[in-house]
Design a protein around this ligand. Structure first.
Ligand SMILES: *[C@@H]1O[C@H](CO)[C@@H](O)[C@H](O)[C@H]1NC(C)=O
Ligand SMILES: CC(=O)N[C@H]1CO[C@H](CO)[C@@H](O)[C@@H]1O
Length: 461
């Protein structure tokens, strides 16, 4: 993407005279998106400084496949915070509450970050702060620096943002194309994270604009609707996604296994970095997969801890003899797997996913239909967008049942529905078509390329 042709349309020396600080929220789905974004914009020649605690920067780097040499990393010493193992979810709460201490600790970046801003303010023409909305408190002091400005980088879908705010403020105007059911948020957020978010949003007023990791082909309607909300009045917007970049140096063993499978024959299963399943649910899922007789690649991990470098992770308990029985049909991976490469592999025909926004964007861009199994946060919204609005996926289980155990027969049925039914075929061809369009949106003249150009031109003004 970002080829030299369109880089030329910016004032390169003007980009070199500014500095961009990228401030991610310390959870994998967010770290990852902001690091990819950093790589993308630094390819235009703008100096990018990625800011965080050492442990979180190391986490982001260790799980990233791209070349990050051109990024300046500001690794602040990690303060002490509790990093307990994930809490095994119960029937009412699936949110990863064990991460709250690391979220709270992120607020302490406020002072060192302010110092960093002051260090640079006299040296450069302009300071540009691009931050996760959940780091608004940390970056707040940019507003007292005359040559600084900020932009929020949204790691969540515009669809979710729009409907959740619009609903929360009493549905101020009518909207066409509403989802049939507004997803229930019950159990999706803890009380502490709700407070944390509300607190951060108080510091959002001074921003100049918003950047969405989304493509107008997917979410143009909702990006436009967001601009109608009063809180976004006069804020600039750019939808520059997908920000993904393919290509990696080392090949994970799972890719070699995929090489040996037939085209579109394998179901990929992963619930991201913030979901922990009960042993009982793991058993049901294992049996459902086995009974479906479909090929599968299952990444089975607990949620990250606040500090991912603390070892002692729980051993996932598969049924007796499972790996032997499913040999040749499926593999279970317990280390970190290169999801984008997996989704881009020709053998993959479907993705069973918790519908984190990162996973949704990756799957849509790679043209893989989703078997949606939302767990917490705004994932139910993502799932609604995927299944109901874009029709590139189906739900494992109806929203109303999201807190209940999903039994193996339901899983077996849904896996077959996605992998080997007429409906599944149609989903796959719609997903492939969308994937091609989204990927092409980054080509010269494509809708996302134009948005990115517009953003870069704005920075180089
Ligand atoms: C599995 O769950 C479905 C949906 O809740 C239910 O209809 C079905 O009876 C259950 N099957 C078994 C074997 O428990
Ligand atoms: C809101 C949204 O569209 N995306 C959510 C999807 O799920 C991830 C969890 O991985 C959330 O972080 C996003 O907020």
């Amino acid at each position: 993407m970002a080829d030299d042709q369109h880089k030329d349309s910016y004032n390169k020396s003007s980009l070199e005279s500014i500095v961009v600080f990228v401030v991610p929220f310390p959870a994998q789905g967010h770290l990852n998106q902001l690091l990819q974004f950093s790589c993308l914009i630094s390819s235009f020649g703008v100096p990018v400084h990625f800011v965080g605690y050492r442990t979180h920067i190391q986490q982001a780097k260790s799980r990233n496949l791209q070349d990050t040499q051109q990024i300046h990393f500001h690794e602040f010493p990690t303060p002490h915070f509790d990093s307990p193992p994930p809490i095994i979810p119960n029937s009412i709460m699936k949110f990863p509450t064990h991460l709250q201490p690391s979220f709270e600790a992120s607020k302490q970046l406020h002072e060192p970050f302010t110092n960093l801003l002051h260090e640079f303010s006299n040296k450069v023409k302009r300071i540009v702060v691009i931050h996760d909305p959940l780091m608004s408190y940390v970056v707040q002091d940019f507003s007292s620096i005359p040559n600084a400005e900020s932009y929020a980088f949204h790691c969540i879908s515009a669809f979710t943002q729009f409907f959740s705010f619009w609903d929360a403020i009493g549905r101020p105007f009518p909207v066409e194309g509403m989802p049939k059911v507004i997803p229930s948020m019950e159990g999706c957020f803890s009380f502490e994270i709700m407070n944390f978010m509300a607190y951060q949003y108080e510091f959002m007023h001074y921003r100049t604009g918003d950047i969405f990791n989304s493509c107008r082909l997917i979410e143009g309607t909702y990006v436009d609707l967001l601009s109608k909300l009063e809180m976004n009045a006069n804020k600039k917007q750019w939808s520059i996604g997908p920000i993904l970049q393919k290509g990696s140096s080392t090949r994970h063993k799972s890719l070699e296994w995929l090489d040996k499978q037939g085209p579109k024959s394998v179901l990929y299963i992963s619930f991201g970095s913030s979901t922990t399943m009960t042993d009982k649910q793991i058993q049901e899922l294992a049996m459902g997969l086995e009974n479906s007789k479909q090929k599968f690649l299952w990444v089975l991990r607990d949620a990250d801890k606040g500090n991912v470098f603390d070892d002692e992770t729980r051993e996932a308990r598969l049924p007796e003899g499972y790996q032997e029985r499913t040999e040749g049909t499926g593999i279970v991976v317990t280390d970190w797997a290169p999801q984008l490469e997996i989704l881009g592999h020709t053998s993959i025909g479907g993705f069973m996913s918790h519908c984190g926004w990162n996973s949704c964007m990756e799957s849509m861009t790679m043209g893989v239909p989703i078997l949606a199994w939302p767990m917490h946060s705004e994932q139910p919204w993502n799932a609604t967008l995927i299944t109901e609005i874009l029709e590139v996926g189906i739900q494992v289980t109806e929203q109303a049942h999201q807190m209940e155990l999903v039994n193996s027969s339901t899983i077996e049925k849904d896996v077959n529905r996605l992998m080997v039914s007429k409906e599944g075929e149609e989903l796959r061809s719609r997903a492939e078509k969308l994937g091609r369009q989204v990927w092409q949106s980054r080509d010269e003249g494509g809708v996302s390329q134009l948005e990115l150009s517009s953003f870069m031109a704005h920075l180089s003004r």
